[in-house]
Design a protein around this ligand. Structure first.
Ligand SMILES: Cc1ncc(C[n+]2csc(CCOP(=O)(O)OP(=O)(O)O)c2C)c(N)n1
Ligand SMILES: [Mg+2]
Length: 323
């Protein structure tokens, strides 16, 4: 990491948080519909993971607004997608959980928890056959590690030494269910230990996540096969905007918020990278402005045409099946 990367990461974190609050506000106003899962509290993890994995393919969780923007997808294209507008990154037909941009090798979230893990395995297999050394990263929650597809994926990835980084975002909750009620241990990396090297990292520490993912990426590029990283995080909001978060105590929430990744990273900018108050203020103002522009753009954008309903359903050659 250097000062420029650190500044960009801070910008993306502040952007992410402001974006998410704006998305929530617009959900309440009725401008955004469907599911809306916010990443607030976990922005440090999302930004650092994506910035450390610059070149390869990425399959993310469905809580992916911040990840998509860190990958370079424009905030206004993400906001327009939430608004269901034609100018959205998925043409307004995917919504919050399906931000898909193949030109950036970002294959979005998946509404099926863990459903994207085998897709990432297939992609890693293809990349290995192509001799592409960049690798693939798949990001999923602790809840996703309880599904069969996860275990099958570990098995295939390890057997074929695929260039795949399994990145688990362990926030200890699957909707309102605490991890203690669905898994025999807190550390989900234990499930991957028989198959591959595993590492643990503090997911509220963006610098630590950046270093862990960078190191794993290098090992994967060197042909060491799959790696599993588990990052412990904490989400501040309910599972989705329709979840009041009533199952977590005030005490638990304040403990969680005391580890705020933005505050921690801001301190690093000041102390390690010697950023001035002015530089930090400029970053924060730029991020706020970007979000306002994104909302205005989404509001002004047109709806998709009716015909768009029939696009992107079947593979091109099979289009006749529709008519
Ligand atoms: C296969 C499947 N089972 C159940 C659900 C319902 N569901 C949606 S999100 C979720 C929790 C996922 O938790 P986790 O993987 O920890 O991700 P987080 O929300 O914490 O980011 C569940 C069970 C689903 N969408 N897909
Ligand atoms: Mg979770």
């Amino acid at each position: 990491m250097n000062k420029l990367i650190a500044q960009e990461m801070y910008y993306l974190m502040v952007l992410g948080r402001a974006f998410e609050y704006a998305a929530k506000e617009n959900y309440m106003k009725g401008n955004v519909s469907g599911f809306l899962h916010l990443d607030i509290g976990q922005e440090g993890f999302s930004v650092a993971a994506i910035k450390a994995f610059e070149k390869g393919d990425i399959f993310s969780t469905y809580r992916e607004h911040v990840m998509a923007m860190a990958r370079g997808i424009e905030p206004r294209a993400v906001m327009a997608e939430l608004f269901g507008k034609k100018t959205g990154v998925s043409g307004g037909k995917g919504g919050s959980m399906h931000l898909f941009e193949p030109s950036r090798c970002f294959y979005g979230g998946d509404a099926i928890v863990g459903g994207h893990i085998p897709n990432a395995v297939g992609c890693a297999y293809a990349r290995a056959l192509q001799g592409n050394e960049d690798g693939v990263m798949v990001i999923f929650g602790d809840g996703a590690t309880n599904g069969g597809a996860f275990f099958e994926s570990l098995n295939i990835a390890a057997t074929h030494k695929l260039p795949l980084l399994f990145l688990c975002e362990n926030n200890e909750y699957a909707i309102g269910t605490n991890i203690k009620r669905v898994a025999p241990f807190r550390e989900q990396a234990k499930k991957a230990e028989p198959y591959m090297l595993t590492y643990a990292v503090d997911g509220m520490d963006a610098q630590a996540v950046f270093e862990a993912v960078t190191q794993a990426r290098k090992e994967i590029e060197a042909g060491h096969g799959p790696i599993f990283i588990e990052a412990f995080t904490c989400r501040y909001e309910g599972h989705s905007v329709s979840d009041a978060n009533s199952y977590r105590s005030t005490q638990e929430m304040s403990h969680c918020k005391a580890k705020d990744p933005l505050q921690k990273f801001k301190k690093e900018l000041q102390e390690k990278w010697l950023c001035t108050e002015n530089e930090i203020q400029n970053i924060e103002t730029k991020a706020q402005k970007m979000v306002q522009e994104a909302v205005a753009y989404a509001e002004a954008s047109p709806e998709p045409e009716l015909e768009a309903l029939f696009e992107h359903i079947f593979y091109e050659e099979h289009k006749n099946v529709v008519s």
